[in-house]
Design a binder for this molecule. Structure first.
Ligand code: G3I
Length: 483
């Protein structure tokens, strides 16, 4: 007797298919008995997912497992969206925190939620320099890192085999000027790591479409040209690639004028295009004018995608504004999504639904405002900068103390690295650029430093002999004392 293939997450594929077929038969018979087979809706769809579906597209949202228990979050997701992307739960530091030990629980919860509601799932992401487990950065040889990377891809993709429509196999591998980002993968393995990852991914789950995903490749520029070359080269040599993800993290009023042409040129290479992480940020509190511009901008992006047959999916990077990654990374900016902090539909919701061909059933409301970051008075911060150096590199542990009497809400620490030093990875803050005058910005969970409290951040860097320290630090523009 042939064994029924068992799904790696415990569900029999055969059983699931049988259920689907039986359900279809029962539904069809019910329609025949009642003498009515449901006709296609003659009215316009009233949700994003339904409207997108009528255009043959998926409209998804990035979803965080820890919010799924919040009733309005889940109901908005279930009502409006036809796709999900786990926002953080499939990233390396969560899903393989120790070598060979996989932690699928958080991602499984999202996948199960999505599957039980027929939502399409984008997998995000297999190979990325950020949110990387510490043990990966510690691997010192290309051979060992290649093995770890292949094992990671195989382990994760096997677990979700058959469940994922699109996988972001490699994420953010290029710099703005089109050169390769000096990630640990690039440094240890070299240029071939992307091809290796895609070949491994194809073998691991042949049913998944494999994507390269990046930000600031929405229009035609040096970075998107480099991705275009990569995809052209892969196609010419038969390296498996099926999709390019344009993340779509925009600033209000700054949608690239050539976004449709850019989508089209990738489609012409024979790959699907997904808008994978759409959001459009603005200064907060949000003004009515910016909310209207944002609405126009969302429509522009949706229209650009709809104009290209191979642009098959649009995903917004979150549901309500309050859970967006933006305010913690760009203090003073936010309100980038389609629903406000209270799940009210914004003007951008309405314009998006209309662009998709749907009609809104309720008017959008203006979101409540959020308070701007607090700037500490001069001298209200103290920075401790501890270094641990070796011949070509160093790590830092930086403590930022709020020595003032009011809380700091949202912070940017600015300092200048001595020449020859360049940051390769960091934690508890975003660092930009990698060398020269660097701005470290808080992340979502450490934006507030209460009076008298401190927060710790750090980074790893390379050097060319100069292991000096930054001469000074400013926090939100105010000079700090250096301990
Ligand atoms: O939730 C944990 C908390 O329990 C823990 O105590 C804390 C300390 O480590 O971490 C918290 O997790 C944080 C998570 O956001 C949830 O807030 C992570 O550290 C933090 O790094 C993470 O930020 C995410 C960011 O990627 C990391 O680079 C954002 O949520 C996520 O929206 C963002 O998404 C990225 C895409 O993956 C790739 N493209 C850019 C996009 C925006 O940065």
């Amino acid at each position: 007797m042939t064994a029924i293939p068992t799904h790696p997450r415990g569900r029999g594929v055969f059983a699931a298919l049988t259920t689907l077929v039986l359900t279809a038969i029962v539904l069809t018979m019910a329609g025949v008995i009642a003498g009515v087979i449901t006709a296609p809706a003659s009215h316009a769809a009233s949700t994003l997912g339904a409207a997108a579906s009528e255009k043959g597209r998926t409209f998804g949202a990035a979803v965080a497992n820890n919010h799924l228990g919040e009733a309005p979050y889940a109901s908005t997701l279930n009502t409006e969206f036809s796709g999900v992307t786990p926002e953080n739960e499939m990233k390396w530091d969560t899903i393989e925190p120790a070598q060979g030990q996989f932690n699928f629980g958080p991602a499984d919860a999202i996948v199960n939620h999505a599957q039980s509601r027929n939502m399409k799932i984008r997998g995000h992401t297999l190979v990325w320099h950020s949110q990387l487990a510490g043990w990966v950065s510690g691997i010192s040889t290309g051979t060992a890192l290649t093995t770890a990377m292949r094992n990671h891809i195989n382990g994760v993709m096997a677990h979700y085999a058959g469940d994922i429509v699109y996988w972001d196999v490699v994420n953010e591998a290029f710099n703005e000027d089109g050169t390769r980002r000096q990630s640990v993968f690039q440094q240890r393995i070299g240029n071939g790591y992307i091809e290796d990852a895609f070949r491994t991914a194809r073998a691991a789950d042949p049913s998944a479409k494999l994507c390269y995903n990046d930000f600031n490749i929405d229009g035609q520029n040096a970075k998107s040209n480099a991705v275009f070359q990569l995809v052209s080269d892969f196609k010419a040599r038969g390296v498996p690639i099926d999709c390019v993800g344009l993340q779509g993290h925009f600033i209000v009023g700054q949608i690239p004028g050539d976004i449709q042409a850019n989508i089209q040129r990738f489609a012409n290479l024979g790959v699907d295009v997904n808008i994978t992480e759409l959001d459009i940020r603005m200064p907060t509190p949000a003004s009515a004018a910016n909310l209207q511009t944002q609405a126009n901008n969302y429509a522009t992006v949706v229209n650009a995608c709809l104009a290209v047959a191979r642009c098959t999916s649009i995903t917004v990077w979150g549901i309500p504004d309050k859970y967006s990654w933006v305010p913690s990374t760009f203090p003073g900016q936010g309100a980038p999504l389609l629903f406000d902090d209270n799940y009210n539909k914004k003007p951008a919701y309405n314009s998006t639904l209309t662009a998709l061909g749907g009609t809104s059933s309720s008017p959008p409301t203006t979101p409540p405002t959020t308070s701007p970051p607090t700037t500490p008075p001069p001298g209200a911060c103290r920075v401790t900068y501890a270094m641990s150096t070796w011949n070509t590199g160093f790590t830092t542990n930086i403590t930022i103390a709020n020595t003032g009497s009011t809380a700091i809400n949202g912070w940017s620490l600015v300092f200048t690295l001595p020449s020859g030093q360049a940051i390769t990875s960091g934690w508890n803050a975003t660092y930009s650029p990698a060398s020269g005058q660097v701005t470290a910005r808080n992340v979502s969970y450490n934006g507030t430093i209460a009076a008298g409290q401190s927060t710790g951040i750090g980074f790893q860097a390379t050097h060319t002999g100069n292991t000096g320290r930054p001469a000074s630090f400013t926090l939100n523009g105010a000079a700090c004392t250096v301990a």
